[in-house]
Write a protein that binds this ligand. Structure first.
Ligand code: PHE
Length: 339
């Protein structure tokens, strides 16, 4: 018996010492100590030996069993450490490596100007209203005092879809929709896309306007001037001055062209403003009483003013962009510069 135990023990020791793998180690444990294991079987065979020898044999087997268990535990700890070390080595994080740059999106320069205009006007109590880009001739022209064959139609090279349907050439169409759906007094602005058959450095077939309309009792040119001064100051800074020049629009009377001191030189004169110190920014005027009447507003009771800057032009001025078309090309190099 003694010999049997000793030979099993030394066999097991050798196997355990040579073992390099946790799975194999578990197999060894099962081989010796499992339910059908070699040591376990020895314990079962105790019933075949003499009664007097049993306690001694039992002791012997049990101490062999303990020794094997102990050895397995030691090797298990060592192998676990090895596995951990390998894992650490493989998953090492090099904190000195340069980090990846995550590209960040930006709001388009044109929309930044739209956002500023909208924020400024909402803070002054205006409601934002939008209208369709594919529009009836009636809203774009007729109801704005531009009947068919009126020479003023030549001011805008319009894309017609049918005789009566067109791509709106101005956001002034939304003025009419507002006047016909709202009861005065009201103040609305309407940002949006507009279309004309035009293309050069300062014109694009698709461009953007920002229409404003105020209808109330006793509204005058003074209100228009103070409101626009405030708006353009919010956009270009406190020191901005504005000036009115006489102009003509069929839907406003009197009509003006509005200039602001050049945001680049502050009015001293520079290349951007062609040394005039001023930038031409928008058309405006008092709503023609005929236009109010056509939309069912009593022009004896109410007056109104309207204004309509080209937003692309404002964005060009704000960002010193030389060619308007650059804003629609989605060239990443250009957009990066606008950040
Ligand atoms: N709609 C005019 C244009 O496109 C601008 C404008 C708007 C003029 C409102 C007066 C009042 O030229």
């Amino acid at each position: 018996m003694l010999e049997q135990v000793q030979s099993l023990l030394s066999q097991a020791k050798k196997q355990i010492e040579e073992c390099q793998d946790l799975k194999v180690l578990n197999d060894i444990r099962v081989e010796y100590l499992g339910k059908q294991g070699k040591i376990t079987n020895l314990l079962h065979s105790m019933k075949d030996i003499d009664k007097e020898e049993r306690p001694k044999a039992g002791q012997l087997i049990n101490s062999a069993r303990q020794e094997i268990e102990g050895l397995i535990k030691d090797v298990q700890i060592k192998l676990n450490e090895k596995v951990l070390e390998e894992k650490m080595a493989n998953e090492k994080v090099d904190i000195s490596e340069p980090s990846k740059v995550i590209e960040k999106g930006e709001i388009h320069p044109l929309h930044k100007v739209f956002d500023k205009l909208i924020d400024a006007c909402v803070s002054m109590g205006f409601t934002v209203l939008t209208g369709p880009e594919v529009e009836y001739d009636y809203y774009n022209f007729e109801a704005l005092n531009v009947p068919k064959d009126h020479p003023a139609r030549d001011m805008q090279d319009t894309f017609f879809i049918t005789d009566n349907i067109l791509m709106r050439s101005q956001t002034s169409s939304v003025q009419v929709r507002a006047m016909q759906s709202m009861k005065p007094p009201f103040k609305i602005v309407s940002p949006g896309r507009t279309y004309r058959a035009d293309s050069d450095a300062t014109h694009s077939p698709v461009f953007h306007q920002f229409e404003g309309l105020v209808v109330d009792k006793n509204v005058s040119m003074v209100d228009l001037k103070s409101m626009l001064t405030q708006l353009l100051k919010m956009l270009f800074g406190e020191n901005t001055k504005i000036r009115f020049r006489p102009s003509y629009f069929p839907f406003t009377e009197p009509s003006v062209e509005v200039d602001a001191t050049c945001p680049s030189c502050g009015g001293k004169g520079c290349r951007l403003c062609k040394n005039t110190g001023y930038m031409e920014l928008l058309g405006a005027g008092m709503v023609n009483p005929k236009v109010l009447e056509m939309s069912g507003i009593d022009s004896n009771q109410y007056t109104g003013f309207a204004f309509g800057p080209g937003v692309d032009r404002l964005a060009m001025v704000v960002n010193k962009i030389p060619d308007l078309r650059m804003m629609f090309e989605n060239d990443m190099k250009f957009l990066e510069q606008m950040k």
